[in-house]
Design a protein around this ligand. Sequence first.
Ligand code: C2E
Ligand code: MG
Ligand code: MG
Length: 623
Amino acid sequence: MQPIGSVSGRPDSVSDLERLFEITRDVLEAPTLDAALTSLARGVQELFGWRFVSMVAAEEPNGELKRRVMLGYPEEIVKERLHENVDREAFAAMLGHAVRFFDDCYFFPAERDAEWERSIYTGFNPNETKRQYPNQWQERDALVLTLHDRDGVMIGYMSPDGPLNGEIPAVQTLRAMQVFVNLMGLALVNARSQSRLQYEATHDSMTALPNRTVFSLQLARKLEAVHRGEGEPHSVLYLDLDEFKAINDTLGHLAGDDVLKETAQRLRMIVDERSLVARMAGDKFAVLIPGTSAPAVQSVLDTIHETLRRPYPMAGRTLAMTASIGVVSVDQGYTSIAEVLRDAETAMYRAKTQGRDRNAIFTPTMHEEALQRLSLRLDLREAIEERQLVVMYQPIVHLDTRHIECVEALLRWNHPEQGYLAPAAFLPLAEEMGLMEPVGRFVLDTACRDLARWHQAGYSNLGLNVNLSVQEVLQPSLPDFLRKLTRTYSVDPKMLSLEITETSILQSEHRAAGILDTLKAVGVDLCIDDFGTGYSSLQYITSLPIDSFKIDQSFIAALADPKGEQIVRLLVGLGEACGLRVTGEGIETQTQAKTLMSLGCTSGQGVYFHAPLPAQDISALLR
Ligand code: C2E
Ligand code: MG
Ligand code: MG
């Protein structure tokens, strides 16, 4: 093909047009911007006969100018200059010294000394001037054809440079080359929309974190490397925010979104560039970290928990968030990423059932249990309708006289195949499935009805304790429900004590006082359950409208230890000082009961006195 770069050549032969069409198609179909630009550069070499073609283009999102293609250059120069960033200002200054052929076409002669410039540059006419220039690579002539966006910002340039065969190209040639520059514009627009599409396909729009697809791809790569025996082993941390649903349900989806964004931001901050954080779904995030050694993984886990626990300032409120994290080592035992993610999720659920705000490292037995839980999930809705839920009662006694002061309602699920299940096995599921309201109301209703019967049977001093989960505490309709309930069964609200854990209070932090006040206004008692296991307990004790607290069973178990005894002594003293009733939970031995009594605690609960019992057994006990 006769190069159109020659002075006489014009890009009007049919084969040239065909070639131009092919190049255009390549540009439009190129999978990447660089591939499109390379096709273009080849076309320029071929059609115009230039030996060196270099292309600089800006790419989204930052718009930085970068040398993206260098064709024909010696290898050492490519090595040095390909991918270099081009400084806009310096480049503009350089253009200022060049010969401007027409709008976007500049010429840099090889000899650029001032004398020469003056003689050449004045009255320069590209059609007439033909000059001999040195052909050495180091001192070559160069052309620059620039490309601007609609706002006039330069978004790239093509530089087909020397040797110019000793000729200034004809103006038609330069105009024809301008076509290529315009094609470059097309490639850029294309790349921009492609990279946007790609960004959208790989990122979560709300948190801007990489999405599940990206995480899966990365994980697949690591897993392949493990099977090839290459690279560092990795761990997957699968994270789910605790009680996130309650936030969505009570503060609204916008607040929920803010929590997710903030969480994403915090997670992004704490991992290094060798790790990957992704949003997997809803309030589930995953982190892929190098290393599987216990200390290394633990230190990342600690940092995550610490970071998330810091208060979330949300629209004037302060929330405390925690997360449950499942941990899996990506090892040879796995043949697919689906298995890795499944096990990570299983371990995460284990962390949830163990009380949230903690980690669980996957073990194979968990898988078995996960299958069981899946079937439980299917059964749970039915359980409510088919009345398989049962309320048991555990007496709380006066430590000295053993007289039953009140009973605590403890929920059981009488599962048709698995028998009686403890709350830990299914309440987290109920919360997740949004079934906490019907479950909680069932407990309240059943327990109040039973209490009314015991009162009618003559035990009118018997009190009733009912546990409330954070989701229940946050329900705005709860106070009215309680009012109706106590009216329906004619029980004095004063005989009802609602047990709330410190974690629940933390999770409703800003509104805790308000919520507890409305509950108090119903006339019920409020009791802090598992006291001492949350954070900054002293604060609540003095500022919230509570009537009693229960010393967590872990403290009772530690009573044998002198330090443990000191702590319980302190807790009992604290209750006394604040005018609160104090109950010791989980009393299993006579020694524990005696020690507690000696420390001044008057009420206790535990299998040493009575295990949780069905209602009719309580009736018998009372008699
Ligand atoms: P909790 O309110 O702290 O209840 C005390 C737990 O300790 C009960 O476990 C009880 O069976 C157990 N326990 C009783 N005596 C002893 C003892 O001597 N030693 C030991 N180690 N444990 C003893 P359970 O019934 O499995 O309930 C676990 C938790 O589930 C409860 O902790 C409570 O937070 C929650 N829960 C139970 N029923 C309900 C309910 O109806 N609604 C809500 N929201 N939560 C409930
Ligand atoms: Mg309780
Ligand atoms: Mg407790």
